[in-house]
Design a protein around this ligand. Structure first.
Ligand SMILES: C[S@@+](CC[C@H](N)C(=O)[O-])C[C@H]1O[C@@H](n2cnc3c(N)ncnc32)[C@H](O)[C@@H]1O
Length: 444
């Protein structure tokens, strides 16, 4: 019988993933681009705004290259590489990248085990929907770490054992029926379609796992990825942290961190209990979230070499006193994904129509509700689309030029009042990484 990596390779040669048409353009997918942006996790960890054009990026387990293309688009100027076990997937990735005119992105048929043969070290490694296929995810992370630059960042994810509990029951059914023993065959896919499709609608396995599109002739990838997935294993939050510890990697944040907030699960919570939950370490908060609400298929995280420390002081952590003393040294960056002609036009439209600008239509960090920007703020941010960073002082000046008088008293506004108002808005925007702060000199 074939070894597990060989079965995985055969599976993806038979059913390459993802089955997204070659001509599909990831550009309108603002959340996908955000998830593939290196600048974001770099800022979250180092509180420094990196230049993607300096980065070497790897897509480990790139499949048919849709997300490799997203990595290249989200990180303009970066050198992007992709590797995958499955030659057929790599051939499709190559066609996709060629179709989109991205001959600069190299893809190779290579096992993650053999990455050192590329002779490269990476600033950012994206390992999407692949790590859970390793028998031991800590070993998988260690293999990636071998080609990570000392300060480099890994984005990887594991399947959630809790969220996919029913899918694993489905896999157990087909393992018992012997469908996992052989190479994936069309027959096996059809057997799954007949068996699950034929269940009564109220049967739990069907109710929890089946979607109408799985019955169609082109549902091979969906059937393989759910009911016949070779090597697929589920993990819990404590197991994710144990794998990071074993690989000597430090957790940065969940990639969709805004969807993992424990307080969001409550209608009401007495303040002492709220405080008690908020004082728990992040790993425990995430574990409690998942135990109460296992809705995320992926435990999707960013991590960094545990031996590399982040700077201790960040503008985002300043108290009121530090702000009062040091605000004049703050530079404000617009997230690079917002520095587009379309966003510029949206700022102007918002101003001209007096309608709020829906920020999350342009950059979506995975928020549960859209983030809207007041048209007065939108027109101030416009200057950051053209030139970023800008000293906070410039934004204050722009605000005073545009809105010189207090609408209530009609007296001239003071820089202090403008600072207080702008700081409030910018700090909230920084929490969603729509803007970023630094204290280095803006022309350095
Ligand atoms: C579910 S697909 C994900 C593809 C892609 N990352 C995405 O998210 O669109 C998993 C991919 O990982 C690849 N893979 C699994 N184990 C691997 C290994 N040890 N080395 C390289 N690629 C591997 C498979 O061939 C498959 O294409």
């Amino acid at each position: 019988m074939a070894s597990l990596p060989e079965k995985v390779r055969q599976q993806f040669d038979f059913g390459p993933y993802p089955r997204i048409p070659i001509d599909s353009d990831p550009c309108p997918e603002t959340q996908l681009l955000f998830r593939h942006n290196w600048v974001t996790p770099y800022y979250l960890h180092y509180h420094h705004v990196a230049n993607p054009a300096t980065a070497t990026i790897l897509d480990a387990g790139c499949g048919t290259g849709y997300r490799t293309l997203a990595l290249a688009l989200a990180n303009p100027g970066a050198q992007v590489f992709g590797v995958d076990l499955s030659e057929r997937s790599v051939a499709l990735a190559r066609s996709r990248l060629d179709y989109h005119g991205r001959r600069d992105v190299q893809v190779h048929a290579l096992d993650i085990q053999d990455l050192p043969t590329l002779g490269l070290q990476f600033d950012y490694i994206n390992c999407d929907d692949t790590l859970y296929l390793f028998q031991d995810p800590a070993a998988g992370l260690t293999l990636l770490k071998r080609v990570l630059k000392p300060g480099g960042i890994i984005r990887a994810n594991l399947h959630s054992a809790l969220q996919r509990e029913a899918a694993y029951r489905g896999q157990a059914v087909f393992r018992q029926l012997g469908l996992f023993n052989e190479n994936p065959e069309t027959d096996a896919v059809e057997t799954v379609q007949s068996l699950i499709g034929g269940l009564k609608p109220w049967v739990n396995l069907k109710r929890q796992t089946w979607k109408p599109q799985f019955a169609q002739a082109d549902a091979t990838a969906d059937i393989l990825m759910n009911y016949l997935f070779q090597g697929d294993q589920g993990y819990t939050i404590p197991q994710m942290f144990a794998a990071l510890d074993a690989a000597d990697l430090q957790f940065i944040r969940m990639v969709n961190w805004q969807q993992w907030r424990l307080p969001d699960l409550f209608d009401q919570l007495p303040p002492p209990l709220h405080q008690r939950l908020m004082e728990l370490p992040q790993s425990q908060q995430l574990q409690l979230f998942e135990l109460m609400h296992p809705v995320h298929r992926l435990l999707d995280f960013w991590c960094v070499n545990a031996q590399v420390n982040a700077p201790t002081s960040a503008v985002a952590q300043w108290d009121a006193l530090t702000w009062a003393k040091q605000w004049s040294q703050v530079s404000v960056y617009l997230h690079p994904q917002l520095r587009t002609k379309i966003f510029r036009q949206a700022c102007l439209n918002s101003w001209r129509t007096h309608k709020p600008l829906i920020l999350t239509a342009h950059l979506d960090p995975g928020v549960n509700t859209p983030v809207a920007l007041d048209s007065r703020v939108a027109i101030i941010l416009l200057m950051l689309v053209d030139t970023s960073p800008q000293p906070l002082l410039n934004l204050i000046k722009r605000s005073m030029d545009l809105f010189p008088r207090d609408p209530d008293t009609l007296e001239t506004v003071t820089p202090e009042a403008v600072l207080a108002e702008l700081k409030h808005v910018l700090v909230a925007l920084e929490a969603g990484v729509f803007v970023m702060f630094e204290t280095r000199s803006f022309d350095s």
